[in-house]
Design a protein around this ligand. Structure first.
Ligand SMILES: NC(=O)C1=CN([C@@H]2O[C@H](COP(=O)(O)OP(=O)(O)OC[C@H]3O[C@@H](n4cnc5c(N)ncnc54)[C@H](OP(=O)(O)O)[C@@H]3O)[C@@H](O)[C@H]2O)C=CC1
Ligand SMILES: CC(C)(CO)C(=O)C(=O)O
Length: 322
């Protein structure tokens, strides 16, 4: 099995680096400054245990990698880039090969299943930063990441087991589950707070905004009849396998949405996180004004080139008071 990782950023970079260092057959598909840096000196993986340098074949597209029947594909882009990546996979000749969505939100699997038959969902608990080209910083310890994995929309199969075995040769722990989407909806609830982290400095207001976004999200999922498993701090697997640690000389940038602003990446995932709740609310007659505001705020922060944590407090207070 060759593992092709599409999108080498915080999550894709941590997976590619650790799997390559464990001796797995890995190919990386990257773009922009990350592609140039990887071609120059490989990938620097910084963790709580120290810094390691990983080498792997690096490609500018799946077509350049040359798709093979034994390929397993890990999709590690932000959701707003998923369609572009899927189109590239189709153009490269992917058909029946398993595609695993190592992504937040719940839209990626639907986008992928429109184009390909063999789609797998992954709940990603992997706190990592990508700010500097050629380098990723992973804060999880003792494992860098833990994952729930299953076939989409449900069930498990041999491809799940094969990938789990490969992940467990590296710095990861993963479990196959019959209803992985319940776990992904639980993770979606946690990610509703990404925008609070992106918009406001740490403090009482940020915590209150985060809590209210999650509370509204939970009520909308209930109205829509959608089950969400608790994958937050109460999940005992977190304590045992993956707590957030310190990486020497690095201050954590924040959530993946904060990183998009810090890197001036030009887009943000909020429409697929808070926007998912706004969408479900509208579909099921359960208004979600705070998440709708949050999705629009993410888009505005990108459009106006706003720095992380620069939203005026009175604007957040006004949204909370509505
Ligand atoms: N960071 C984290 O701690 C966590 C992130 N997640 C989730 O994981 C997913 C990935 O997030 P994250 O790793 O943070 O994202 P990043 O932005 O760090 O990395 C994604 C990388 O994919 C690149 N990319 C996009 N489209 C393509 C393409 N067609 N071909 C090649 N490369 C491409 C991006 O390039 P460019 O920069 O040019 O856009 C970027 O370098 C998201 O759904 C996120 O919500 C889940 C848990 C934790
Ligand atoms: C849970 C969290 C915040 C971990 O970094 C995450 O999933 C993200 O950054 O998108």
């Amino acid at each position: 099995m060759r593992i092709i990782i599409v999108g080498i950023g915080a999550v894709g970079g941590t997976l590619a680096g650790s799997l390559a260092l464990a001796g797995q057959d890995v190919a990386a598909v990257a773009r922009g400054p990350m592609l140039e840096a990887l071609r120059g000196k490989g990938l620097t993986l910084r963790t709580t245990a120290g810094t390691r340098q990983a080498q792997m074949p690096v490609f500018a597209s799946p077509a350049e990698a040359g798709i093979r029947p034994d390929d397993t594909i890990l999709l590690c882009t932000k959701t707003q880039h998923t369609e572009g990546a899927l189109d590239q996979l189709r153009a490269a000749g992917v058909e029946e090969q398993p595609i695993f969505c190592f992504q937040n939100g719940v839209e990626n699997e639907r986008l992928a299943l429109r184009r390909f038959p063999n789609i797998h969902a992954v709940t990603v608990m992997l706190p990592a930063d990508y700010v500097t080209a050629g380098e990723v910083v992973a804060f999880g310890a003792p494992k860098l990441g833990i994952f729930d994995i299953g076939r989409y929309p449900g069930g498990t199969d041999a491809a799940d087991e094969a990938l789990i075995a490969a992940l467990q040769t590296a710095d990861f722990r993963a479990w196959a589950g019959e209803s992985v989407m319940a776990s992904k909806y639980g993770k979606l609830l946690l990610n509703l707070g990404n925008i609070a982290d992106a918009a406001l400095p740490a403090g009482e207001l940020r915590d209150r905004l985060q809590e209210r976004l999650v509370e509204e999200g939970r009520a909308v999922l209930k109205s829509a009849g959608i089950e969400a498993a608790d994958v937050g701090k109460a999940d005992p697997r977190r304590d045992e396998f993956m707590k957030i640690g310190e990486v020497e000389g690095v201050d954590r940038t924040g959530s993946s949405s904060t990183q998009s602003l810090a890197r001036a990446a030009g887009s943000i995932e909020s429409d697929f996180l808070n926007g998912e709740i706004a969408l479900l609310g509208r579909l099921h007659g359960h208004p979600a004004p705070l998440n709708a505001w949050a999705a629009a705020l993410g888009a505005r922060m990108v459009r106006d080139g706003m720095a992380p944590q620069s939203v005026p407090e009175d604007e957040a207070e006004a949204a909370l008071a509505r």
